[in-house]
Design a protein. Sequence first.
Length: 590
Amino acid sequence: MKRFALIGLPNTGKSTLFNRLTGLSQRVGNWPGLTVELARARLLLGGQMVELVDLPGANDLTGYTDDEAVVREVLAGTAFDAVVLVVNAAQLDRQLPLALQVQATGLPCLLVLNMADEAELLGIRVDAAGLAEALGCATVLVSARRMQGWPALTDALNRLAAGDRPAGFARLDALPEHLEAVARTRSVLGSGLWQAPVQLPARLTDRFDAWLMHPWAGLGLFALIMALVFNLTYLVGTPLQTLAGDLLGAVKDSLLAPTLSSLPAIVQSLLLDGLWEGVSTVLTFVPILFVFFILMALVEDSGYLARAAYLTDALMVRLGLDGRGFVMQLMGFGCNVPAILGTRVMRERNQRLLSMLVIPFSLCSARLQVVMFFVSVLFAPGWAPWVLTGFYLLSLAVAAGTAWLFKHRYPACEAYLLEVPPYRLPGIGHVLTRAYGEVRAFLQLASSFILGGVLLVWLLTHVPAGAQGTLADALGTLFAPLLDPIGIRHEMAVALILGFVAKEILLGALAVVYGVSDAGLASAILHQVDPISGISFLIFALVYVPCLSTVAAIRRESGSRAFAALSVAWSISLAWLLSFAFYQGARYWF
């Protein structure tokens, strides 16, 4: 089987081209010898089976960012039959240097001039045949979004696959430096093969940017847009999530329970309350995540996310991050897991690690349910909205403080160069494909950890521990010396342990601990907890270790167990310190 490398600069439509060519057949996995994941797919081209490998976006093969290092390592350590290079046809003057570097590797190359439709709207003329002759490699002019020029692209790929040249390794020692490649680009394009007008025509993009990138109005509009995304996520996703839960519950009651009724009670409880509940927990996440990823794909593919990063960059730089870190923090208010996965857009590893360290402090929707329940029970209606606002501000303050404290441990050495693309209308097929891929990655990530966590919960609540009751009761007694100084009762400590699996089950765990129904939980909390103890509990629940899915995402994306352990240890320690300061201070003054 032949193997092609797909290379391109960021924001050139490389992923769109890959998805157009492969559909839903791509698979993602660790590349041999590397700790990073690359997307791959098999295609039938020219009577040959070809594996197309999508490499990270790179601006310069001689650069030193993480993505560019990965591209060099893969090209040098893997025998490729050819390279498919994707560039923006409207920006050849600054993207052609990468083509010259790829050509210098000695591998056969197909140059794909993408976004031909945008180049035409801007009045840019491209002589693809002349470029092919000047560069000595096949060149096609296409628009992957509109599938314009697709027959020519297919023919070029078939010819490339039909070649009988043996696969080889890239020669990286002969790569021209970036400045040298730029000089050669000017000589190539100076012959009229690429012509741009002296003044680009006025575009609707400029009118939108006058508002959306305004220093003050832009921030307000950004807040409104993100609020709309989160509200739509739960407006559309919550009914679907409820429906999924009802269907899974019906399957349990009408099919699984009767089928397993002949088994011993302990085995039934293990299979139904343990394994099946674990599967249900994972599957009920799917609808709301799918809606969330669709909306975020629309925001990103439209070109707006780059503008949001630009607006918040100046503030985040003081915390050791950049504008993308703020965007990921906002994503975390919906769910921490997709926000952790979203750090892949950051090219510098230290930036990613610092962002992954602060994202779990975002008040996600699962913790929001707990906060809203306690606030409505413990405070009068006039105070409840202000207390809830205070927890949102606390979430941002803790994240900012963590970033400031750890910015010297994870210093970023890369300047943040941001390209603001034009506004584009995202393709529905591409958006759905991206959402499907992200949800599939989430299921692969979370399934084993959620299942293991739910089984642990079952064991804690069912295995006896002598006179102390169950193992959960014993753990509550064990942690009493740590939790008594912060005002958290033993019963609530057990719920916090169970809440580590998923914060969605924290209120249900409290109902089980107090021996009441969900409806009677408010009365039980009101009689057992005063406002000071309740706020201390909420501070701890907000800051302490996130759910298992988030920890698993941090472990997977960082590639380091030690970093995941640091994230867990820091969040628990900080949660205890903040709760201790509040509880002891409040008891002293009140």
